[in-house]
Design a protein. Sequence first.
Lengths: 224, 419
Amino acid sequence: MPILQAKQITKYFHEPETVQVLKEVDISVEQGEFLSIVGKSGCGKSTLLYILSTMDTDYGGELNIKGQKLNGWSQNQLARFRNENLGFVFQFHFLLPEFTALRNVMMPALKLGKYSYAEIEQRALDKLRMVEMDGFAHKMASKLSGGQQQRVAIARALINDPTIIMGDEPTGNLDKVNSQRVFEIFQELARQNHQTIITVTHDQDFAAGSDRVIVMSDGQIVQE
Amino acid sequence: MKRSLTLEIALTHLLTKRKQTVVAMLGVTFGISMFLVMISFMTGVNDFTKRLAMEEAPDIRIYNPLEIEKNTIIAKAAPDTTGNVYVVHHQRPKNVLPKLRNAIMLSQSLEAMPEIKGVAPQVATQVFFNNGPIRITGSLLGIDVKRQGELFTLARKMDAGELLDLLGVNDGVILGYGLAKKMNVGIGDRVSITTSEGNILMLRVVGIFSYGMADFDNARAYATLATVQKIMLRDPSFITDLHIKMYDNTQAQVMAEKISQEFGVHAEDWTTANAPLLAGENIRYAMTGIISFTLLLVAGFGIYNIMNMNIINKLKDIAILKATGFESRQIVGIFLWQSAIIGLLGGIVGLTLGYGFCLALSHTPFPNGDIIRIETMPVNFNPQHYIMGFCFGVITTVLAGFFPSLKAAKVDPVQIIRG
């Protein structure tokens, strides 16, 4: 049973004129898989990722994650589902600038409320250690460099031990060294923790290193 | 835990944007403090004027009014000519004696009523006050000294002498402050009084009163019932007015009607007698309400703007919070907390500041004219106004924050994150 299964996903953009961005895309991902989606700009790969992420609900087709059919869920239900099961890493790191690195990492866990405050703090420190950012835990997010912020964002994506981690060009804004480091972290998550990774990327090396590459063109999967 | 998380984010936002927070707070602070100053001063003035007018005024006054006879004599003379209409132009009022019939009996039965605190009989007449060549018109009121002292405030309004001094001498008189000043007389001096019928009597000044109202102080004098009856050449049963004080003056209107019907006399309650005063009061209250409402509304709009800007600045944060699983109501919570905190803090500071302003105002000397004698600005300190101002201020801010917060909750994270 695949951990994520999407059937016949179609999506239209209506502004400025109606365009079909996704044409009946089928995709299924197994647990522990490290999947990269590549393709030219405008091929619909990011659009597909945001549909898979449950944040975009305006599409046709069916989406199943962890055996649950998510079509028709309310925004609040989906928010709770994301909180518990999905982690996100974006091209731009999107940390809350007024909070420390540690606090940023703790935020989704505090929202989930599964563990006590002390446990959450400990877990957040562990995740920061994993991305080698534990030395900066008490620094303000706005005071960190781009590469450091991206690693904190990864730690935040991991805090609730999500089943699936999604990345939208997670290395798009990083130099070679930092990109390599992010790649290694993702690989480790897939290999050791059996967490599923789905990333959209332009980075050839990054895609080449992943378990499976999907190439998209003009709203369709053209090569697996 | 979850609630404290939204609170924590709200507090962090407020603390990192300190200047903006303070500006937003000041809006509420000034709104509430000005509201307090306005309403405290306005009700202070209202209460002051009302007290001035009401303390000495009776709750119900019984007297014989001048009336035009409704049934013309010609109609009475030919009662069987039905269908005829008689029109009399420029009819004169009939001669009504100011004397109340059976006044003593009436006042006794009135005093037996449980709602009535007391009845003070009066003889009122228009006179000239003469001192040397000066002639001043005014009214001379004959009073039952003891009753008047019990029911009204005259005894406490004495500038010189005592009310009870009237009883100690023959033909004593108490003059208004302004009247005494115009005639340049003091205690022990004599003034001569001429009635409209031409009777003259010398009276000895035993006291000077001052209500603080020019109408009274410049034209009134009090003497005993007997003295005034003597000037008017009337017998001791001649009473022109009965002044009634009630325990609860809000019942005056009902009571006046009851008295009119039961005793067949003309009884006028204070609301009728002071209609212009009450109308003025209502207009002042309405104005206070409108201005106060506007003040708080402006503060509300200020907060609305600030919160809107705040949310536009925080779009990225909202998007990421939603992406990581925050629900709509938690996003609303974050921004609602912010406006609530601004409202509460601004409100508390506003109350303190407003109280300070009121206190300062209540110690500000009033430009002391002869028309109204009062030392400092009349200011009310009513806890209800403070509670009202605070609640209204907080509600306005929370409402002003609510709509921008709803907008924040509707932010589409995909749009923000994809750019």
